[in-house]
Design a protein around this ligand. Structure first.
Ligand SMILES: [Fe+2]
Ligand SMILES: [Fe+2]
Length: 289
């Protein structure tokens, strides 16, 4: 318990996050880093990046609503303390991706209408399933839905976007790497905290597994829709110009892979993660029909 308390304390968070990997960043990136000129000058590429960033904002808004709601649903003080740090992380994620939208040329007055225009409808349904559990103050289902399913998905999406942006957009890659480090901490909390609760309340299993199945269904539909818009991966347009030397993801050359191949690689990666993490907390992965 002492370990759990110190691993997920506010002190630990201060040292590793604001005083650690986020030190000297401004909205998640280096103070001098800007979006690449070739991106800003290419309307199709810029729109693709706006669309991708809108999904990140929507996902992070859901995580902010979920983590703040879970503070009051948590049965113990150590979890409330950790979730308070996570709430600030998620608020920061909403802010840095919103800032990126402005850097891509969206006017602050057009923020909500831009989100409405580009949001993937399946992502909204994915969020609804989770937020329903949060509204009911269902801590076990809420943590599995947020810290295993939502963040397991976010983690893999960020890693794919990071692979695409690393060479072509160091600013966005930097923003993503700070976010990935936060998500790693959040997923770790989910696994550590919830395994014990699932063992203590085995009758919760069927309901939690049903939620996981529903969220997975909407997530796969989200990916399918996203990749139908000429590739959701950051940097794929610019990667295409790099030809064979372009970035790779799960063994695929991102410049040459088809949208179907990219969608398949991302889905397989996330589902593999789900199976491993759910297995560790004593749940069996449920495949959507
Ligand atoms: Fe987040
Ligand atoms: Fe998170």
């Amino acid at each position: 318990m002492v370990d759990f308390l110190s691993n997920y304390s506010i002190q630990k968070w201060l040292e590793s996050c604001p005083q650690g990997y986020l030190q000297d960043t401004v909205y998640g990136h280096g103070p001098d880093q800007v979006e690449p000129q070739e991106l800003l000058a290419n309307d199709d590429y810029r729109e693709q990046q706006i669309r991708t960033t809108v999904q990140l904002i929507a996902g992070e808004r859901c995580a902010l609503a979920a983590s703040s709601g879970l503070v009051n649903a948590a049965p113990d003080q150590a979890s409330k303390t950790f979730l308070a740090t996570q709430t600030l992380d998620e608020g920061r994620h909403v802010e840095i991706f919103t800032r990126r939208l402005f850097d891509l040329g969206v006017k602050p007055d057009d923020l909500e209408s831009t989100i409405k225009t580009y949001i993937n409808p399946h992502l909204g349904k994915f969020a609804e399933v989770l937020l329903e559990k949060i509204d009911k103050k269902d801590f076990v289902a809420g943590v599995v839905g947020q810290n295993i399913v939502l963040e397991g998905m976010a983690f893999s999406v960020f890693e794919m976007l990071h692979a695409g942006a690393e060479a072509s957009n160091p600013k966005f890659a930097r923003t993503l790497s700070g976010t990935i480090a936060d998500e790693r901490r959040h997923v770790g909390f989910g696994e550590n905290r919830i395994g014990e609760l699932i063992r203590r309340y085995p009758d919760k299993k069927p309901e939690v597994q049903r939620m996981q199945r529903d969220m997975t269904k909407h997530m796969l539909a989200t990916f399918h829709e996203a990749f139908s818009h000429n590739g959701a991966g950051a940097g794929r347009t610019s990667a295409a110009q790099n030809g064979a030397s372009g970035p790779t993801y799960q063994g695929l050359n991102m410049a040459e892979a088809s949208n179907e191949e990219m969608e398949g690689a991302l889905s397989a990666t996330v589902l593999k993660e789900f199976k491993t993490r759910l297995g560790r907390i004593g749940l069996e992965y449920q495949s959507p029909a």
